[in-house]
Every structure is written in C-alpha cells, then in structure tokens.
Design a protein around this ligand. Structure first.
Ligand code: PSU
Ligand code: MN
Length: 305
C-alpha cells in the first residue's frame, strides 16, 4: 500500500473489515469529548461499539490523536480521548489544522463525514447533527454539518437535529442544499430527546435495506452528497416535547446572558440541559445513540450488496 500523504492510522479491526468489504460504521468523537461528561462518555463510546459489533458490523470511531487521523480507535486510545479536556473540536475548517499542528482533535459530524468518505465508509452513527441555531438570522450561527451533508456522500444516522436548534430553519437549509431527510419508521420528524417535533418528515422509510438502496441509487444517478436519517428515540427513553421545550428555553436564556458564541454554543447548551434535567437528558442522549448505532449497522449491512 502506498504511504498516505499525512499521518493516518486504521485500527486492526477496521482495516481488516474494509479489506474484506465487511460492513463498517463510522462514529464521531466530539460527542465523547464535548457532548457528555466523564465517565459516562467512555461508557457510552464502548457500548456503542459493542452494539455495532453485535449487529455484525465493525465500529470505526474517528479522531485526530497527536496529529494522526485515526479511523477506528484501539481501546486504550479511546479511554485517553474520553479523559482529555484538551481536545479541539474539529470540523471541516480545522480538521487538517489539527493534523498539521500535531494536535488532538475530536471530530464533529462534518469532520467525521470527511474522514469516513476518505476511508470508504458509507454510514455513520451519531446523536444529533448540528444545524441552524435560534437567532441565526442575526448571528449567522449555522453548523458546518449541514454544508457537509450537502457535499459528502455518507449516510448520517441521527435522532434528528438537536432540539436546541431551530428545526424548521434547519429543515429548510437541508432542502435548499439538496439533502434528503429520511425518518425511519415514522411520518413525523423526531426532535432528539423527543419522538415528535410537530413537523412532517420530508421522506420516510421503514427498512434499513431501503435506506441503503436509496443511497446507492443517488450515487448511481450521479447525485452527490449525503443523507440524513432521523431515527426516533425509543418511547421508553424519550422526554416529551412539551417538557423539553421549557428546559431548552431556560438553557437558551442562560447562553444569551453569558454571551456564549461560536463552537462553545452546542456544548454549553447540552451541559446546561443536563443540569436542568438532573441527568435525564443524558440518559436519553445515550439511549438514542445506542438506537442509532443499531440502525446504522443494519444499513451498513445492506450497503455493499
Ligand atoms: N450530537 C450529540 N452530542 C454532540 C454533538 C452531536 O448528541 O455533542 C456534536 C456533533 O459533533 C455535532 C456538533 O457535529 O455537536 C455540532 O456542533 P456545532 O453546532 O458547533 O456545529
Ligand atoms: Mn455554530
């Protein structure tokens, strides 16, 4: 194999699976370093990997460690990453910066999609994507995740856009940029912690194999870009929308009072909501990531057929 032009490392398990064309699911690392507190973050990361293996696929957690882009993390590395408070949160703009400068960077949805495509991995599981923030008409805070979905051909399995976002505006941007939004098994788009958003899903599919077929058909027709799959959190773990709306409102007020901006907004809001709900939001977040990992593994199983 030719040497890559920058530091790149595959875990043994991922390399073997890719070579044998067995199903692989990419996983992001910002959710580990910036999305959940220690030690729940490590436990979540391990469980998600175990769920993917139990479904017959191989997990590829993606991160930049000391300037090397890792596709799949060995166990010890995952633990070091979960413990660090130093990791950068890297997106399209700064993924290469972390590599060039020898830094440790956790990959967002956007950066994970880039790495997945580079590795030839077609599907990726996360919690929620970034999107259009409330008040974006004033501060232009729109996540680079949306742009990435428009350009990079990877299926992103999420529980919808995080409910801290302006979901109608997020849907509008996705539509403008030609990103299919497919809700799995429901007509209504989910809203992360809640099964309902009050918005009809643009598309619906009920079978992982149909999602894979849709993705492959887009590629065959030369239609570029990725796809967002929204997978509603299981009912027993959801926090109903009416209740979440109150918590989210309070968290948004705090962010405004404290002048939180830029990359810090999403981690701040998640942390605030964790405190307000006394940990319930975290339990739901973990449950929905598990659920997404399972679906992503099933889609991955059909992608190469
Ligand atoms: N989903 C979660 N928790 C998270 C994130 C997603 O359940 O922490 C992260 C993802 O990495 C996503 C990022 O790409 O938040 C969005 O950040 P921003 O809004 O700054 O683009
Ligand atoms: Mn932002």
């Amino acid at each position: 194999m030719t040497k890559p032009p920058f530091p790149l490392a595959y875990s043994t398990e991922v390399r073997a699976a890719l070579d044998a064309r067995r199903p692989v699911v990419a996983l992001e690392s910002t959710i580990i370093t910036h999305g959940m507190p220690w030690p729940d973050n490590l436990e979540m990361a391990r469980e998600v990997e175990a769920i993917i293996r139990a479904e017959g696929a191989v997990p590829a957690t993606i991160a930049v460690i000391d300037g090397c882009l890792h596709i799949g993390l060995e166990e010890e590395t995952l633990e070091v990453l979960a413990k660090t408070t130093e990791a950068l949160k890297v997106s399209r703009a700064d993924l290469a910066f972390a590599v060039a400068a020898g830094k440790t960077g956790a990959t967002t949805v956007a950066a994970t999609m880039i790495a997945a495509e580079l590795a030839g991995i077609g599907v990726f599981a996360t919690g929620g994507i970034g999107g259009v923030h409330h008040g974006a008409e004033k501060d232009f805070d729109i996540s680079a995740d949306l742009e990435e979905l428009a350009r990079t051909p990877v299926i992103v399995v999420s529980a919808g856009a995080k409910a801290i976002l302006d979901i109608p505006k997020t849907l509008e941007v996705l539509e403008t940029r030609g990103v299919p939004v497919v809700t799995y098994g429901a007509d209504e788009l989910p809203a992360f912690w809640s099964r309902r958003s009050g918005l009809e899903s643009p598309l619906r599919l009920d079978d992982p194999a149909d999602i894979a077929r849709f993705h492959n058909t887009r590629a065959a027709m030369g239609i570029g870009g990725g796809m967002l799959v929204a997978n509603p959190v299981p009912e027993e773990h959801e926090i109903p929308r009416e209740e979440m709306n109150g918590h989210i409102g309070r968290a948004l007020d705090r962010a405004r009072e404290e002048g939180i901006a830029g990359k810090a907004v999403t981690p701040f809001l998640l942390n605030e909501i964790l405190a307000i709900t006394e940990g319930r939001s975290l339990a739901t977040n973990i449950a929905l990531v598990h659920n997404n990992a399972r679906l992503a593994a099933r889609i991955a199983g059909s992608l190469n057929e």
